[in-house]
Ligand binder design. Structure first.
Ligand SMILES: [Cu+2]
Length: 193
């Protein structure tokens, strides 16, 4: 079910194309304080960091703070290629939208060839104060490919137009902890026989 798009917040894809520099210094201060006290887990992360390839998985994205103290009013998540059967969990007080698009790879389901699916999930219209945390959940079917790491690029919208983009991807040999704004990452482990 997709809700009317006219009032919807800008799609994450359009947003990813635009990365004003000013957010860096504004957010660094806030995250640095958090990092000092709670380490990297104080960023937007997945509750479970590993899951069997090809399994059904509940992605729980934890939002542990706002944007440099400003309350969170929106969370947008880009669904990685290969992930299908995506179903987000509604949250009281938040408007839930999904954006559908062509899948990277069509798949067979109940005798039908499925070529498109949910590519982005957006919660908005709620208010999550900086001094509280909350979780945003999505059910999905993971792709094959044990050893792969999937990145759930996430944009956090806050009061006053502040934005945090959790989209950083570690280079080979680099840890996500070294990045100021790592994308929530999920490692695929061996499939369950
Ligand atoms: Cu943080």
């Amino acid at each position: 079910m997709s809700l009317p798009k006219s009032s919807s917040p800008r799609s994450l894809r359009a947003d990813l194309a635009q990365r004003p520099a000013k957010w860096r210094s504004a957010c660094m201060a806030g995250c640095a304080a958090w990092l000092m006290s709670f380490g990297a887990s104080a960023h937007v992360t997945l509750e479970r960091l590993e899951a069997p390839a090809g399994s059904h998985y509940k992605a729980v994205l934890r939002v542990p703070h706002g944007c440099s103290g400003a309350a969170t009013t929106g969370v947008r998540v880009r669904i990685p290629d290969g992930v299908v059967s995506v179903k987000p969990q509604p949250k009281p007080g938040w408007t839930l939208e999904t954006e559908r698009g062509p899948l990277a790879e069509a798949y067979e389901s109940h005798g039908q060839t499925i070529r498109d699916g949910v590519r982005e999930v957006r919660w908005h219209g709620g208010v999550l104060p900086d001094e509280q945390f909350d979780e945003f959940a999505i059910l999905m079917k993971l792709p094959a490919g044990a050893g792969r790491t999937l990145a759930f690029a996430t944009v956090q919208d806050c009061i006053g137009g502040a934005v945090e983009r959790w989209i950083g991807l570690p280079a080979a040999g680099q840890s996500a902890h070294d990045l100021p704004r790592p994308a929530p990452l999920l490692r695929l482990t061996d499939p369950v026989p």
